[in-house]
Design a protein around this ligand. Structure first.
Ligand code: UDP
Ligand code: MG
Length: 316
């Protein structure tokens, strides 16, 4: 569905590039993008989002933009992270198709036509799958685990969720909300919303200038974000269905246990504090807590003005 608030696309392809201290790579990258897209016959625009760089990244982009009107830059006030940078670029992209790529020349612009061809075949989102990855051993291995777990949890089988190089139909970027560090899960979110997501193998290069912006924390954050994604996805419309179920289960077990003790008491047996009695009481208290938590969450969700809870494929 095309969002009626968005103006119609004004170009074929928007290329969105998040850049944090990438001044050394950008001139070559922007030059190669032009070669590739011109040769492939696409009209295009580029949005470089300077994510609070301190190395003159924005000045480099501004200089290039002077002679190339299709190049645009946005400078964020400080470093907000890759997800925020992407979403700033998405909000400005006016292309019928949108391509994201890293600024550091690890992604190869020569692959862009390949991704776009895959979209022409019917995909809504095409993700790169880095071949022969040029990152360290630990990063490669932990990323394997990450991809495996994310595939299992979301039902979307991809080898490389976090590849910077991806192509989208504009509808997809209007539908997913990228915040925090959720950029790793754009394909998963799109899949959960019913978009068709596929992958193609792409080349990957070693970083030549600057250094990686992510430490080992990325994987811990990644798994926590996955939990958030799964939780939001399945429960957002009715949190009480989740918390209420857990609460009711505890209530039933707690009531059975304490009913047994009530029976004992009525029959005249003295009550002593036993582990089982304690368990029954704890379960009843927790049941009340869970149900109230569910109700509070319902309040939050109902006041949240979600734009929509569903995604339309087409209308006539
Ligand atoms: N990036 C960004 N903001 C950040 C961190 C990274 O815009 O806070 C950009 C960075 O400039 C690059 C891309 O995101 O274009 C991927 O980052 P990086 O190359 O450091 O990640 P890696 O390739 O090591 O996974
Ligand atoms: Mg990189």
């Amino acid at each position: 569905m095309v969002d009626e608030r968005m103006p119609p696309p004004t170009t074929d392809v928007s290329i969105v590039i998040p850049a944090y201290n990438e001044s050394d790579s950008l001139p070559e990258l922007l030059g190669r993008i032009d070669e590739v897209l011109r040769a492939a016959g696409f009209s295009y625009e580029v949005w470089v989002v300077d994510d609070g760089s301190r190395d003159g990244t924005f000045a480099v982009v501004s200089e290039i933009a002077k002679t190339r009107p299709e190049i645009h830059g946005v400078a964020l006030r400080r470093n907000f992270g890759k997800s925020a940078a992407l979403s700033a670029g998405f909000a400005r992209a006016r292309g019928r198709l949108v391509v994201t790529m890293d600024a550091d020349l690890q992604d190869d612009p020569a692959e862009i036509p390949l991704l776009l061809a895959e979209i022409a075949k019917g995909s809504d989102l095409v993700s790169g799958w880095k071949q022969d990855r040029q990152d360290g051993f630990v990063k490669n291995k932990s990323s394997k685990v990450f991809n495996w777990v994310t595939s299992l949890a979301t039902g979307l089988r991809l080898h490389d969720f976090n590849c910077g190089l991806k192509a989208y139909r504009a509808e997809v970027i209007q539908a997913v909300r990228v915040y925090g560090e959720m950029h790793r899960f754009i394909p998963a979110m799109a899949h959960l919303q019913g978009f068709r997501v596929t992958e193609v193998r792409v080349r990957h290069h070693r970083r030549r200038h600057g250094r990686t912006k992510y430490g080992p924390n990325r994987f811990l954050n990644g798994f926590l974000d996955l939990l958030t994604l799964l939780f939001l996805n399945s429960r957002s419309t009715s949190p009480l269905h989740f918390f209420g179920r857990v609460g009711l289960f505890m209530f039933v077990v707690g009531a059975l246990i304490n009913g047994y003790f009530l029976g004992e008491w009525i029959l005249g047996h003295g009550l002593r504090v036993r582990p089982l009695l304690l368990l029954g009481v704890v379960l009843l208290i927790m049941a009340v807590q869970f149900v109230s938590l569910g109700l509070v969450a319902e309040l939050i969700v109902s006041g949240r003005h979600p734009e929509r809870d569903y995604h339309v494929r087409s209308e006539i």
